[in-house]
Design a protein around this ligand. Structure first.
Ligand code: AMP
Ligand code: MG
Length: 662
């Protein structure tokens, strides 16, 4: 067991003082609307692009053009042949046909690329020319070599059997890029395509906007740098890397300052360093008004005009703090990852884009139906992240629903809907406008909604190898059953026990809905290795011991889970200590036992193994797939079933500790 040793207070008075101080939540003095927050911030900001600097083409990728590029040359620079053939006068070819070949005399020249022609094409003559060759004086068309015959005796001549029109197979000077044309606009982000155009105009360097340097600093005693082992009670610093990457995407140059513990003097020193070396500083965490939250205190000491906004009527994102020091923006994002990235995109990214010379990002919206009821807090504008799914009749927007503490909410969402500060709910089946984030939604072949399992990722991987993409929404078995009955998904992975028969999943199939067998997962008692109450015993023996041992603490499962049904059967009506602790996943059960917050619980074997726990098998759980018959013939559904039955897939599933069902 690996609890963090908590400092023991010297006396009870000390403890009371510390609890008071931790619980004291200063009120936000003034919570303002998102619009007001932005207006106050912008009043103190210079949103003009930074000065230009010159970089070589090799360094120009991803930079932003500072000025319009006006082409100084034509491309092609001369009239150019598009084929290998003969430069001719089109009038000389009129009437040429199979029964009436025209004969043209060859001029004593072969025009290769890079050489100026010397001979003039006069009436009745032609000149051999290579692809890319300069059209000679007198010629106005090119005939392809394939449509000619060389006459090898006598004067060098060719015979042609097809007439050509003037201009045939010629690219005229300036037809690609015309001298004087505005080729690229300022504010364009340079990619390989723009580099090609710049090079075609002969430019080897280009003026770009200096990238705003943005210092990134995470705060919190709990933070651990990715790549290091996670200590007990530690959390990986995900905001730092996410924010740094988002800064680069917004056209800035991130300066990572790592994670700083909640220690005022250290934090102030680092923030001052960051401010000195960057155009802008973005902190995250420590912005709530609790006693341990230092970031806003430190920011308030940095200089004028100082903090402009602290507290925005937004969810997620209420504790956002916006400040300006001198002319440099200093922002404290909320610590919760989804809140942090959301407020970053709303308030910070537009500032970076403006300073980087990029135009504001156009909002792309789609209309979708929200099939479930969404509750919201009155008085705060609420943003709800959603995944988009193409339903039979309409596009559906499902709230991703992991809350603002989740790291994955933002990255897995397609967009968000806004719920007005004055409404408390959005009714099920309402129409909503979804603002797309990132590149928006991609076309998906298959929608899978239901319970998630690690082995499902194996099947989806095999599906991807077959060229089909799938979106998985982990909504639990019951959520999957509801979704497939509404036609919102193609496949629903489920593991639900029929309390009447003790059988799994069979009761869920019915007209139009069939069950495709998946695999079994052994459920059993998980415990810390070495615990004599379990080690070396059968599940029944161990159970008898712990039910008699008042010091044994269990961890239960949520109502509705198949594993909970099993637990209640095992307990047969007794309610041992810990029964009310009811997390929603096998992982949460295993983590509680591994960290010593509980001594035993029911989990599936692969998860128990993953956490280094001992395991006493009890009964297998069946994990199967509900499939809509009406969609069964779809190629993606077929490919899924095929992938599921594939020998290699089954071997991989077995390697994870599951037993594929026949
Ligand atoms: P705070 O705003 O400091 O009160 O933090 C709120 C929550 O966000 C806590 O659960 C923190 O552990 C978490 N958090 C704060 N900063 C980070 C970060 N850089 N990366 C991941 N989680 C964080
Ligand atoms: Mg913190």
């Amino acid at each position: 067991m690996s609890e963090t040793p908590k400092p023991i207070p010297s006396d009870e008075g000390d403890l009371i003082a510390r609890v008071r101080s931790a619980a004291r939540q200063e009120q936000f003095l003034e919570v303002v609307s998102a619009e007001e927050a932005r207006a106050r911030f912008e009043r103190h900001l210079d949103l003009k692009p930074l000065a230009a600097e010159t970089v070589s083409l090799a360094d120009a990728r991803e930079r932003v053009l500072a000025k319009d590029i006006v082409a100084a040359v034509d491309a092609p620079p001369f009239d150019r042949s598009n084929v290998d053939g003969f430069a001719v006068r089109a009038t000389d070819t009129v009437g040429a046909a199979d029964g009436n070949p025209k004969v043209l005399r060859l001029n004593p020249e072969v025009i290769a690329c890079g050489h100026m022609p010397t001979e003039v094409v006069t009436a009745g003559t032609c000149t051999a020319i290579a692809t890319g060759g300069v059209i000679p004086r007198g010629a106005d068309a090119v005939v392809m070599i394939e449509q000619t015959e060389l006459i090898e005796h006598g004067t060098p001549r060719i015979e042609l059997r097809r007439a050509v029109l003037p201009g045939q197979f010629i690219s005229y000077a300036g037809s690609d890029i015309a001298r004087g044309e505005t080729l690229l606009m300022h504010g364009t982000r340079i990619t390989a395509r723009e580099i090609g155009m710049l090079a075609a105009c002969g430019l080897d360097r280009v003026e770009v906007v200096r990238r705003p340097k943005v210092a990134v600093l995470s705060t919190g005693d709990e933070l651990v740098e990715p790549g290091r082992p996670l200590r007990p009670a530690g959390v990986y610093d995900s905001n730092g890397p996410i924010v740094a990457a988002a800064i680069a995407e917004a056209g800035g140059e991130p300066l990572p300052f790592g994670a700083c513990p909640d220690e005022a003097a250290t934090l102030e020193k680092i923030v001052r360093e960051a401010l000195a070396s960057a155009d802008m500083v973005v902190l995250s965490g420590g912005t709530s008004k609790g006693a341990g939250d230092l970031s806003h205190r430190v920011v308030s000491r940095l200089g004028e005009p100082g903090i402009l906004v602290h507290g925005v009527a937004l969810k997620p994102g209420k504790p956002l703090c916006l400040a300006v020091v001198g002319n440099k923006p200093v922002v404290v994002l909320p610590g919760f990852p989804t809140s942090a990235i959301f407020t970053f995109h709303t308030f910070v990214a537009p500032v970076i884009r403006a300073k980087a010379g990029l135009p504001p990002q156009a909002e792309k919206k789609v209309t979708a139906r929200v099939p479930v009821r969404v509750t919201s807090e009155l008085g705060r504008k609420e943003f709800v992240l959603v995944s988009l799914i193409e339903g039979d009749q309409a596009t559906l927007a499902f709230p991703t629903g992991k809350g603002s503490g989740a790291v994955t909410s933002f990255s897995q969402a397609d967009g968000f809907i806004e719920i007005d500060a004055l409404s408390a709910t959005l009714d099920a089946d309402s129409e909503a406008h979804v603002t797309l984030i990132a590149s928006g939604k991609q076309a998906l072949d298959l929608v899978i909604m239901g319970s998630h399992d690690v082995a499902l990722d194996v099947v989806i991987g095999a599906l991807a190898d077959r060229g089909f993409s799938a979106r998985t929404l982990a909504v639990g078995s019951l959520g999957g059953v509801a979704a497939i009955n509404r036609g919102e998904c193609d496949i629903a992975p489920v593991h639900l026990i029929d309390a009447a028969t003790g059988e799994y999943n069979k009761h869920l199939a019915g007209p139009g809905l069939s069950l495709v067998p998946g695999w079994r997962r052994m459920q059993g008692i998980a415990f810390r290795p070495g615990d004599k109450r379990f080690e070396g015993r059968s599940a029944q023996e161990a159970l008898k011991i712990v039910l008699a041992d008042t010091s044994a603490l269990m961890v239960n499962r949520n109502a509705g889970a198949g594993t909970r049904v099993l637990m209640d059967r095992l307990l047969g009506g007794s309610r041992p200590a810990g029964y009310a602790n009811q997390p929603k996943s096998h992982n949460a059960v295993a983590a509680a036992i591994a960290q010593g917050r509980a001594d035993w619980g029911l989990a599936i074997e692969p998860v128990a193994k993953l956490y280094g726990l001992g395991f006493l098998p009890v009964a297998p759980e069946h994990y199967d797939f509900l499939v809509l018959d009406a969609r069964r013939s779809r190629p993606a559904v077929q490919a899924f079933i095929d992938a599921l039955r594939d020998k290699t897939t089954r071997e991989r599933i077995s390697a994870l500790g599951m037993q594929p069902t026949n």
